[in-house]
Write a protein that binds this ligand. Structure first.
Ligand SMILES: [Zn+2]
Ligand SMILES: [Zn+2]
Length: 103
């Protein structure tokens, strides 16, 4: 018998501890990037994929506790730096400020 084991991957929320595979049929993935893609598809925040230097991953329930929302400008899940009724990521807040300066 040649029995082998492989590493398995799944993403855990750094806030509440939820697992990204909970709502999936799969308990873990053979590939790290697939596990991350699955979490992203569920509106999770993956610090690595967003170049977020805080390095924390959050589930879709916890993102808003960390100022992460869908930006009104680019419609992407981003860390929000400006909230005046609409939520803006840093890139969009800068271009918005530029627009306002012109007026
Ligand atoms: Zn969470
Ligand atoms: Zn934006």
């Amino acid at each position: 018998m040649s029995l082998k084991s492989a590493p398995f991957w799944w993403v855990i929320c750094d806030d509440c501890g939820a697992s990204a595979q909970e709502s999936s049929d799969v308990s873990a993935w053979m590939r790290q990037d697939v596990a991350v893609d699955e979490a992203l598809a569920q509106d999770w925040w993956i610090a690595d994929r967003h170049d977020d230097d805080r390095g924390k991953d959050y589930c879709d329930d916890c993102v808003s506790k960390h100022d992460i929302w869908y930006c009104e400008g680019c419609a992407e899940l981003k860390r929000i730096v400006r909230d005046d009724g609409a939520r803006w990521c840093s890139e969009c807040a800068v271009s918005l400020a530029r627009e306002e300066a012109k007026q």
